[in-house]
Ligand binder design. Sequence first.
Ligand SMILES: *[C@@H]1O[C@H](CO)[C@@H](O)[C@H](O)[C@H]1NC(C)=O
Ligand SMILES: *[C@@H]1O[C@H](CO)[C@@H](O)[C@H](O)[C@H]1NC(C)=O
Ligand SMILES: *[C@@H]1O[C@H](CO)[C@@H](O)[C@H](O)[C@H]1NC(C)=O
Ligand SMILES: *[C@@H]1O[C@H](CO)[C@@H](O)[C@H](O)[C@H]1NC(C)=O
Length: 273
Amino acid sequence: MAVWDKNLLWSFMFLLAGAVGQTVIYPLTSTCAVRGSTVTLPCTFTPRKSFSDGWREVPLKIVRVRWCKNHEICQGSTPSVFDINSTNSDPRYQYLGDMKTNCTLQIRDVQQGDSATFRFRMEADHPEGHFINRTGVTVRVDDGSKIIIISSSDDKKLSRGETVTLLCASVCTFHQLEVTWFKDGHTFSDTGPSLRLHSLTAEDSGNYTCALKKNMKTLSEPYSLQVEAGAGGNLPPIPGVVFVVLLAVIALVLFIIERRLRAAEDQRAAEPS
Ligand SMILES: *[C@@H]1O[C@H](CO)[C@@H](O)[C@H](O)[C@H]1NC(C)=O
Ligand SMILES: *[C@@H]1O[C@H](CO)[C@@H](O)[C@H](O)[C@H]1NC(C)=O
Ligand SMILES: *[C@@H]1O[C@H](CO)[C@@H](O)[C@H](O)[C@H]1NC(C)=O
Ligand SMILES: *[C@@H]1O[C@H](CO)[C@@H](O)[C@H](O)[C@H]1NC(C)=O
């Protein structure tokens, strides 16, 4: 009776260890992306290493990984957006993960139909190791999301010579989509999400806006930048110069000491012992 109890206890503990050891984590369970952009669904997993078939531990190995759209179980012949064992997956869905721990999926050129819940499923060489986390990642596809400008400086008044970076941002990611930058109606050639303005002069003062190139309705509220005409910012950074000179002097002293030591050593070596 006692032996049987012990076995039961062990089985129970293996079961528990298996259940606990097997996870799929979606660090981001919901996200929002602008149509046409690229969105990444981060995902990590820990497969079950082995299972107990009564007396022995049978090792498990992951042989298949897949992602499904709007499906709770994603097994068998369920259509999947990505399947490691299928060659005809839509190339818009890129698996950035592996067969061990990383199950990250990237969706390029996001379409309206990607407004869905995506779930990852792993399959081992034995059904004991099959697992899906039904939580999934819910993607919302947005077309004209509100865009704002974020500045790298808290100050709206900057001094001449300073550098500032403006970031065109939105709650919905628009990764890979081109941005148009405006200053008082004029456009810039930059098409990235950030605009770096260095060696500021009074002429950089003005109202900045940005929008997604393919949808001007997304135009942000103006960001007003003022560069103060006064002096400052153009003097060489003296502490930096002093630091460099000091470093050079130290290096020189070390070099001389090293040469002296080596010379002394050579001399000693040359002397007959
Ligand atoms: C399922 O995913 C959610 C979200 O990442 C996570 O909190 C939860 O722990 C996961 N469950 C399992 C059993 O992996
Ligand atoms: C998937 O492909 C791998 C090799 O790429 C193979 O070992 C495995 O058995 C396949 N799994 C299924 C379920 O077909
Ligand atoms: C998973 O792989 C992607 C692509 O290589 C990488 O960007 C990401 O950092 C990896 N995630 C983890 C948790 O290692
Ligand atoms: C920037 O916009 C503000 C109002 O939002 C206006 O008062 C100011 O004159 C504008 N500056 C320029 C340079 O157009």
